[in-house]
Every structure is written in structure tokens, then in C-alpha cells.
Unconditional design. Structure first.
Length: 358
């Protein structure tokens, strides 16, 4: 059997970190088959196929240590802590990478930092470095930052501390814009609930706005029905007027992307975001199950990406091809100098409201 790799020089993570909430935008993976015997080299996979294979493999591994997509080699890398797991990974056509820490160990560290709830920080388990990445924004300074440094160092190699130049905030502003008396957001995805039409957007949007219009000062087209923020960041509004509500995302070039279903993001996956302020931008997923402490409170379970966003993009659609992935929650930076953005996974919102896309 070939030697399992212990380090990776070309790495694209499948899980993330960083934040400022942005208000904005409108709006199945097929199973990969495992080979019968160990392969000499990992299979070449699309990011969608790798995501499905990762879900199948990781859920069945004792001592799960995470996985990520190597976009340069187009292979799935699965972290393992023993030889038996490595053999299973390689026989499925993925690359086995021996690491020190299991996902359970790292998740426990992440949850400990989240429980401390320091405003201006985010936490994620990074499968590429096999560590918890704690990121502090520009508001964390002095004694508070020194304390955070000591706490990270005390984890004996399980955590690392990083800085982001921006500030983690929520901003109300929006694919297609949706307006309220006190701000603007973006529509995420059109849905139906018990046969009635509505749309998903960010929870910090629906917390602030109860009546929605297609234009500033225009007639009402929808009213907020429910939402969750902080903790989560998703909201639901139900249409009160007859409007065209296609199951697609605005690409801002005269065309749109039809959405056929909801998918799950994978670290290293190429994704796109549509929002009413900055329109269409792309990037990569860098983290999953990320916790971010906004001034308004902590949101857990977010997707982190390198996609930029600005105020007005909140609530907008994160997608990969025809798969809906998330709703724009927040981030830091902008689309001139770059930044990082966090997204509420769309599957959780659909489940919470008993909603279906379209």
C-alpha cells in the first residue's frame, strides 16, 4: 500500500472563519461509488462529487477527523487517525492523510471558545491544519487580546489565533433587493410553506423589518412571518401580493441560475453569491460549522467563504451550480479590497419552517 500523506502543500480547506452581517439578494448531489479495492492514486473528482463522497466516508469512520477538497489536484483528502480508516478511505478513491486530532477533540475545543462568547471573534474547526482557528477582529485589543492569546496557547497545538482587519458586524441593506421602512436586504430563495409562497432571507433582516417591498417606498409584497437571530440567522416572509417568483438566482448579466435543490457545502468547493449591492461574486468555502460573535450575539453553524460582500447583500443567495447552499449572514472587508463572508446553511432554514424551494 502506498504511504499515506501527513502534510499537504496545496491545500484548500473544506471548513471556515471571519465577519460583518450583510443585508442583500434574490433568489443534490449524486452519490459517488466506492471502488472494490484500494486504488493506487485517488480519483479525480468534481467538488460536488467530492462533497458527496466525503459525507459517505466521514460518517462511517471511527475517529472521524474531517475532510477537504484539494482543488488543484481535484481529489478528496480525508483525515484519519489509524491504518484501518486509511485503508477504507483509499479503497473508496480518496486520499488518506494521517493527523493527530479527531473532529470530536477539536469540536470540544471550538465549543469551549464559543461558550466564552467574546464579541469580535469567530471559531472554526479547520480540517486542512487539523486545528481550531480562532479569529479576532480589529475590536479585540489590549488585555482582551492578550487573554485570548493565552487561552489559545493553553490548547497545546489544538488551536491557532488569527487576525482579520475588518470588524464583525451585522448590516441591514440586499440577489434582488427587498426593502423595508428601515433598511434593505436581499432575497435569498423563493419557497413554499404548506402550499403558500414566500421567501427566505437573513434572520437579522426579518428581526428589523416586518413589511417588504420590491422598491424603496413601494407597495408591500410580503410580510415577515418568522425568524431566528442570533443563534441562527434565517428568516421567512410570506407573499401578500401576486408577484413573479422564479426558483432561480439573479446572475446580474441578464441571465439567471435555476435552482433545483438544496445541497451541503464542502471545504474547498467553488461557490457563488448573489446580492443587490455587489451583485455576483465567487470564491471558495473555507470553513463549516463556524461560530461568530457579532455585537448583537453569537451565531453558530455558519459556512465561511472567501466570497466578498457588502451592506445590502445580507440574506442573498449562496449557491453552487443549481444547488442552494446558504443565506448571506455577515463578514468583514469589502469587494474592493477583499474579505470573508459567513452564510447560514439553507437546509437548516428549510427544515425549521417546513419549507420547500421554489
Amino acid at each position: 500500500m502506498r504511504k499515506h500523506r501527513r502534510t499537504s502543500t496545496r491545500r484548500v480547506a473544506l471548513a471556515g472563519a471571519g465577519v460583518a452581517a450583510l443585508v442583500a439578494g434574490s433568489l443534490t448531489l449524486a452519490n459517488a461509488n466506492a471502488s472494490e479495492s484500494p486504488s493506487a492514486e485517488p480519483r479525480t473528482l468534481s467538488s460536488a462529487a467530492a462533497a458527496t463522497l466525503a459525507q459517505d466516508l466521514v460518517s462511517g469512520l471511527a475517529g472521524d477527523a474531517g475532510a477537504y477538497y484539494d482543488s488543484e489536484d481535484r481529489t478528496l483528502v480525508v483525515n484519519v487517525v489509524d491504518e484501518e480508516a486509511a485503508e477504507k478511505v483509499e479503497s473508496a478513491g480518496a486520499e488518506a492523510r494521517v493527523v493527530e486530532h479527531t473532529m470530536a477533540q477539536l469540536t470540544a475545543v471550538k465549543e469551549m471558545f464559543t461558550a466564552r462568547d467574546m464579541t469580535g471573534t469567530s471559531r472554526m474547526v479547520d480540517p486542512v491544519t487539523n486545528k481550531v482557528v480562532v479569529t479576532a477582529d480589529s475590536t479585540v485589543t489590549g488585555a482582551e487580546y492578550a487573554q485570548l492569546e493565552k487561552q489559545v496557547a493553553a490548547e497545546d497545538g489544538k488551536a491557532v489565533l488569527k487576525r482579520t482587519e475588518g470588524e464583525y458586524t451585522t448590516r441591514i441593506a440586499g440577489g434582488d433587493a427587498i426593502f423595508g421602512p428601515s433598511g434593505r436586504c436581499s432575497l435569498g430563495f423563493n419557497v413554499t410553506v404548506d402550499g403558500r409562497p414566500g421567501f427566505l432571507t437573513a434572520g437579522h433582516c426579518t428581526n428589523a423589518i416586518s413589511s417588504w417591498a420590491e422598491s424603496q417606498g413601494g407597495p408591500e409584497i410580503a410580510r415577515t412571518q418568522s425568524g431566528s437571530f442570533p443563534g441562527d440567522d434565517f428568516g421567512l416572509a410570506m407573499y401578500t401580493a401576486e408577484v413573479d417568483r422564479p426558483g432561480e438566482v439573479n446572475l446580474y448579466d441578464g441571465s439567471s441560475q435555476p435552482i433545483s435543490g438544496a445541497g451541503e457545502a464542502t471545504v474547498g468547493q467553488t461557490v457563488q453569491r448573489s446580492g443587490s449591492t455587489t451583485q455576483l461574486h465567487d470564491g471558495e468555502v473555507t470553513g463549516l460549522d463556524v461560530s461568530v460573535s457579532y455585537p448583537e450575539g453569537t451565531v453558530d453553524g455558519l459556512i465561511q467563504t472567501t466570497v466578498c460582500a457588502e451592506p445590502g447583500d445580507s440574506g442573498g443567495a449562496l449557491f453552487a451550480g443549481d444547488q442552494a447552499l446558504g443565506l448571506t449572514s455577515g463578514g468583514s472587508g469589502d469587494c474592493t479590497s477583499g474579505g470573508e463572508t459567513f452564510f447560514q446553511p439553507v437546509g437548516e432554514a428549510l427544515q425549521a419552517f417546513g419549507a420547500q424551494l421554489g
